[in-house]
Structures are given as structure tokens and as C-alpha cells.
Write a protein that binds this ligand. Structure first.
Ligand SMILES: O=P(O)(O)OC[C@H]1O[C@H](OP(=O)(O)O)[C@H](O)[C@@H]1O
Ligand SMILES: Nc1ccnc(=O)[nH]1
Length: 503
């Protein structure tokens, strides 16, 4: 059918196509049906919303679609009902435990990127991967398909280094220190990050507190060729576009299927042209990888996948048994990271992990002798050279290079939990900490999160402060307090763990 475009001033997070109720009935179209809109060379697939917001003869489009094609008000287009894509059959094949062929994986990725698959089908695909997994052939095919359905960056400065954490551990602001340290040593490191998937703040969410993170590839090329580094959001780029779409489903389910995680990370590294990649696998109770044996197996997969993509990959298995540093949540983590860069000092877990990872990259990049990288990284951090490079990154990414940690706004609704007994901190529950910070509003509310005053092994007296919850609304604070009371994220024990008698 022919119709005139009506641009609706709204974003729906998907390609929504509004069709008048009478017209939908005539065309036998129902809510969430798939339709194709065509106008010359412009083609877009969208999900039907039946609504009298638009008149007969009009087709309403949400602003999300304008990101893909520049349709104009009143433009006449053709609207064609589109049946279920063939790729749904391949999703069901994986759902039933089948092995997907390369062409089937390519069809799924292309239909995700072309928005021919709706949220329900994408979530079914992600869930199928969580349950049935992918073998290395499937992972390699998925990685390349994800990268090749998007743009690729061509940076002249070589070698190109990269670092990426599989995430999962709260407070993991590490790479915000690693990137400027490595770039300050003269290496090129075009860092892309996702937003939070299972945590309360992804690196893109944290960096966005003090700089822009949404750039085009051309802008990134300019920034990286000028200062040797960037810290940007992969989802803003047409860089492995299927990645951010599947991440939305992962975030909703708070899962990160291993095969999809491998492809998600390495597709971005491949698209950025990264030649030397360091992968951080936080390992411990309550994170994505709980044992060193599992971490070593995943490390082998990353190294093999890198080999197939022509990238040199090394893996650092890192301690993930409790939060990194003392802060969880975008603004709180931004303050802590900025302070560490400015002073060269900060929480041991943050400084040790950042200089350790940066040291490996300095050795991989050939600017530090083997075994000397961490010492060199610490010198770069303590000398202030890393902070100077961070100022360059912030300025080139549209932020205020003079920003001070205390100037970063944080939630003003607070509640502090104190120690109910004296004893030793014997555990901090990562999942509970993340859940409380997300209940408080992170990462959407930048100022929400948790300030931790204790770490495992420390001694506390009854009444000592353990952690403060910060939120931007009383309602969110109340939700977080209820969850904290129920989950008790910090375990305190005396040396007498149990008294047993009369058994
Ligand atoms: O912890 P969750 O949210 O599951 O994983 C997502 C986080 O892990 C990676 O960290 P980095 O960008 O390498 O620092 C992603 O980019 C993102 O920040
Ligand atoms: N699944 C993912 C985990 C961490 N980082 C990513 O970019 N993707």
C-alpha cells in the first residue's frame, strides 16, 4: 500500500511503524507484525503499532528510523507486509541444540542488523546461546558476520593495541586507567566499550560522565591519529551493529552467553583493526567466570578466535572475588578513576590491576622489556603522564579536561549501612553489590551507586560504616535499602566461626 510519511517525535528503542486502525484492518496487519517500507533505494523493516495517532493514508515512523534513512515528512512510500524471516528457522535450530552453518549465522546477523528480527526473536536467539552455546566454528562465523555487517576502521598509526574486559565484576573502572597509561607510552589504543551488560556501570557509561562517547568512525580516526587513543561507546558506531542490539537483550536478562561474549568483544576489536589485544577475565565468586580452570578454557578460546581473525591475543586472568576499588556506579567510578589518574594513587585493587594490565600491553607493544612493563606503567601513572594523556582524551572527546573529581555530580539521597557486629570482613557478594547499585538507579542514573568502605580481610568494630548507597531519588534509594537488607552483601565473621555442642 502507498502512504505518506509522518515523523512522530518519539524514540521507541526499535523501528516502530504506526498504522491507522482502519488501514491495519484492511491490510490485515496486527501489532508487532513486520513490514517493509520502500522509497526508491531506501528500505527499512519495522514493527507495526496500530494507532489512530496517524490518519488513513499516513504511516508514522519513530525517530529511531531516521538514524538509518532520512525520510521526510509527507514523503510517499510503499508499505509491504513482510513475512517471518528465514533466519527464525535457524534460531529455532539453535534452540533445539543444532549446530549452525556459516550461512545460517550470517542470515541471523544480517536480519538482526536489518531489524527484520523483533525483540522477541532476538531474545530467543540470545537465550538459545545461553542454553546450547556455540562451538569455535560458530563463534568465528558469528564474529566475522558481526564485524562485516558494520564499518571497519583503518588507522594509519601502527601497531594498534587494544584491551577489553569480559566484565562481570562491579567497579571495574580499570581500563579508564589502562588506556591513558598505554597511550602515554606512545602506543596506539582505540578503545571501544559497551555499556553495562550485567554490571551497574559499563566503561562507556563511566567515561560518558566526563566526555562524549558517541562518535562516527571518521571522528574516531581523527582523534586516534591525533592523540593515539580514544574511549568510546561501540554501540554508537556502525561498528558490529548487531552487537549493541543483542546486548540490549542480554542486559534485560542480565546474561552474557560465552559464545556471544567472545564474538561481541572480538568483533569490535576486529572492526577497529586492533592487532595486539589483551583480554581481562575477572575470576572469582559471583562473576562471569568463577574458577581459574574455566578462565583458562575461555582464555584458550579468545586466543584461538584471535588466531582465526589474524589478531595476536593475550589473556590476563585477574582477581574478581570482590569489587574493584571502592566505588560502583558511573559517576562514583568516574570520580575514583580520575582521582587515581591525577594523584597516581588509589585503591590497591584498582592501581595493581591497572598497572598490571597496562604493563602487559607495554610489553606486547614492544616499549617495555619482558617483566618490566608493570614497573614502567606505574612510573607513567605516578609521573602524571597518564593524567596528561587522559586530559587530551577528555578534551578531544568534547569534555572539560580541567574537570575535578569532586565536581562530578553524585546522588544526594544516601543511606549508610554499619557493621552489626565486630569481626573480619570474610566476603563481599559481587552480585548483591551490583543488584543494589542497579536498584539505586545505576547505570541510567549516573549519580547512583555504592561507596564501599571495607574490603575482604579488614577488621571492623560494631557500628563502623560498611557502605553507603547513593541514589538520585528517594524511591530508588528505598528500593536499594530493602534489597541491601535482604541480601546482606558484606559478610562479617569473628575468628570463632561456629560453636558446636550437644550434637
Ligand atoms: O560487566 P558487564 O556489564 O557485564 O560487562 C560490560 C563491560 O565490560 C567491558 O569492559 P571494558 O570496556 O573492557 O572496560 C565492556 O566494555 C563493558 O564496560
Ligand atoms: N558481551 C560483552 C562483554 C563485555 N564487553 C563486551 O563488549 N561484550
Amino acid at each position: 500500500m502507498k502512504a505518506k510519511i509522518r515523523i512522530l517525535d518519539m524514540y521507541s528503542g526499535r523501528y516502530s511503524v504506526f498504522i491507522n486502525e482502519k488501514e491495519a484492518k484492511k491490510a490485515k496487519l496486527h501489532p508487532d507484525d513486520l513490514v517493509k517500507i520502500e522509497a526508491g533505494k531506501k528500505t527499512v523493516y519495522g514493527s507495526v503499532v496500530v494507532s489512530n495517532l496517524v490518519k488513513e493514508g499516513e504511516i508514522g515512523i519513530s525517530r529511531d528510523i531516521l538514524g538509518l534513512h532520512s525520510f521526510s515528512e509527507g514523503e510517499v512510500v510503499t508499505v509491504i507486509p513482510s513475512g517471518t524471516p528465514e533466519s527464525v528457522r535457524y534460531i529455532k535450530k539453535k534452540m533445539h541444540g543444532g549446530k549452525l552453518r556459516k550461512v545460517e549465522i550470517e542470515a541471523i546477523v544480517k536480519d538482526i542488523v536489518d531489524r527484520k528480527l523483533r525483540d522477541i526473536e532476538i531474545s530467543s536467539f540470545v537465550t538459545s546461546l545461553e542454553i546450547n552455546g556455540l562451538d569455535m566454528d560458530e563463534i568465528a562465523a558469528l564474529t566475522i558476520a558481526m564485524a562485516e555487517t558494520g564499518d571497519m576502521l583503518d588507522i594509519d598509526r601502527k601497531p594498534i593495541m587494544d584491551v577489553h574486559s569480559i566484565g562481570g565484576v562491579p567497579g571495574n573502572k580499570t581500563n579508564i586507567l589502562v588506556v591513558p597509561i598505554v597511550a602515554a607510552a606512545g602506543l596506539t589504543i582505540p578503545k571501544t566499550s559497551s555499556r553495562a551488560i550485567t554490571s551497574a556501570a559499563g566503561t562507556a557509561d563511566v567515561v560518558e560522565v566526563f566526555a562524549e562517547v558517541s562518535f562516527s568512525l571518521d571522528e574516531i580516526k581523527r582523534i586516534v591519529e591525533k592523540i593515539g587513543a580514544c574511549m568510546v561507546w561501540g554501540g554508537a558506531l556502525n561498528l558490529a551493529p548487531a552487537d549493541d542490539i543483542t546486548i540490549k537483550s542480554e542486559r534485560a536478562l542480565s546474561i552474557d552467553p560465552t559464545g556471544l561474549m567472545l564474538a561481541s568483544i572480538m568483533s569490535k576489536k576486529y572492526a577497529m583493526g586492533s592487532q595486539y589485544v589483551l583480554i581481562d577475565i575477572p575470576t572469582g565468586k559471583g562473576v562471569k567466570v568463577e574458577t581459574v580452570e574455566q578462565a583458562r578454557a575461555l582464555a584458550r578460546d579468545f586466543i584461538e578466535l584471535g588466531r582465526r581473525l589474524g589478531q595476536y591475543v593475550e589473556v590476563a586472568i585477574t582477581y574478581g572475588g570482590q569489587p574493584i576499588g571502592h566505588t560502583v556506579g558511573p559517576a562514583l567510578e568516574a570520580r575514583e578513576a580520575l582521582s587515581a589518574l591525577m594523584t597516581g594513587k588509589g585503591p590497591g585493587s584498582l592501581i595493581e590491576k591497572a598497572t598490571g594490565l597496562a604493563g602487559i600491553l607495554l610489553e606486547m607493544g614492544g616499549v617495555a622489556p619482558t617483566g618490566m612493563g608493570k614497573k614502567m606503567a606505574r612510573e607513567i601513572l605516578e609521573s602524571g603522564k597518564a593524567y596528561e594523556k587522559m586530559r587530551e582524551i577528555i578534551e578531544e572527546q568534547g569534555g572539560n579536561p580541567d574537570i575535578k573529581p569532586e565536581e562530578i555530580p553524585i546522588g544526594d539521597k544516601t543511606y549508610t549501612f554499619t557493621a552489626p557486629i565486630s569481626g573480619y570482613i570474610t566476603g563481599i557478594d559481587n552480585k548483591a553489590i551490583t543488584g543494589i547499585a542497579r536498584a539505586a538507579g545505576a547505570p541510567e542514573d549516573k549519580g547512583a551507586g555504592i561507596e564501599l568502605y571495607v574490603k575482604v580481610g579488614e577488621k571492623v568494630k560494631e557500628g563502623d560504616p560498611l557502605f553507603t548507597i547513593r541514589a538520585e531519588s528517594e524511591a530508588r534509594l528505598d528500593q536499594a535499602i530493602v534489597l541491601a537488607r535482604r541480601t546482606e552483601p558484606i559478610r562479617i565473621e569473628g575468628m570463632v566461626l561456629q560453636r558446636i555442642g550437644n550434637i
